[in-house]
Design a protein around this ligand. Sequence first.
Ligand SMILES: [Mn+2]
Length: 430
Amino acid sequence: MNTVINPALVAEHNAGERARLDADYDALAGMLQRRGVDIEALTAQAQRFALAIPSWGVGTGGTRFARFPGPGEPRNVMEKLEDCAVIHQLARVMPTVSLHFPWDAGDPAALRQAAEGYGLGFDLVNSNTFQDQAGQAHSYKFGSLTSHSAAVREQAVQHNIDCIALGRALGSKGLTVWVGDGANFPGQHNLRGALERYLDSARLIYQALPDDWLMYIEHKLFEPAFYATTIADWGTSYACATALGPKAKCLVDLGHHAPNTNIEMIVARLAQFGKLGGFHFNDSKYGDDDLDAGSIDPFQLFLVFNELADAAQRDGAAFRPAYMLDQSHNVTDPIESLMSSAVEVQRAYVQAALVDRAALRHHQERNDALQAAQTLKHAYRTDVGPILTMARVRAGAAADPVACYRAAAYREQQRRARPPRAGASGSGIV
Ligand SMILES: [Mn+2]
């Protein structure tokens, strides 16, 4: 496997952390043993957990006001894969990359070869009908899949079908569709008519799906449409996924809800009815902020994983949602943010695995609200850090991914190797 960071440097870093890690891990093992929990089972579970890297996340995202690029940013999809390889090597929790077309267009055979060289695979592919591309025949200014113009709808449908073909060549198994379609004024759209056109278009995409593929419908409350977004909420997403058929599922982006929405309940509902397709993890304070996962409300992230653990227990191996990050890094090094965010998601997963489900059920059945809540808090308050670190070290990754990454001076090397190109613009945010 091609390693971007010198493995000797990682080994040296880990050797320096070893004594502290062993002491912390043994102390946690003893504490968990007194609770009847086998730390080794949890560590093995942590090692199996995986989520996908969004290709657009390795560059500085920017806001709708400005983008302040960082040094050494990847300038093409091959350089993005190189950054993803660093993330995979040091954190070992993101073994796949989710590409976005046409941003990441390239020769599929070459992309596959580069990714395999790094030990990376390809996750879901994403279509883009929320902005116009150079040379495009028709504009998406007034919508794509919902456009009043048959030619525009046809172009948007064909783009999604092209994404499926590219994804097949890459070994992907699913297409995520998010459209910015909607209205800025009351009366601008016939609300029902827009959704009817969306479904007519989406059916054509659905029909092009290979048998072993899924189509993931991502909803978003508002922006870029500020009055009425066509696929605004999980109810609309669920209705569309149901209308389309069993290969269509709902994708939950944590930032795409109204403030204070009970997202874990949405997760429970979608799981109950077999329509929970996957996640875009991030965090937010006000809207679709695309902040780092777990940076604002780590308890909410834990509660989402608590529902996922419940669903996994009920539904077994059939329950396999797709996990990926979807963040916009504006003030941090994107590689550092992606690694630490992935670890935060993995942390929530392990904390949720620690919940004593028998005790929780017992308290629920006796209407003991206080003890039920305490049962969740008990798991949430447990510092599972040593488990995550041990999982990384055993997989050959870095005990402290950010510290090791900084010691490797990768960004400084790339600052010299990748001078910015005049007029180059970064990928957007979805
Ligand atoms: Mn998203």
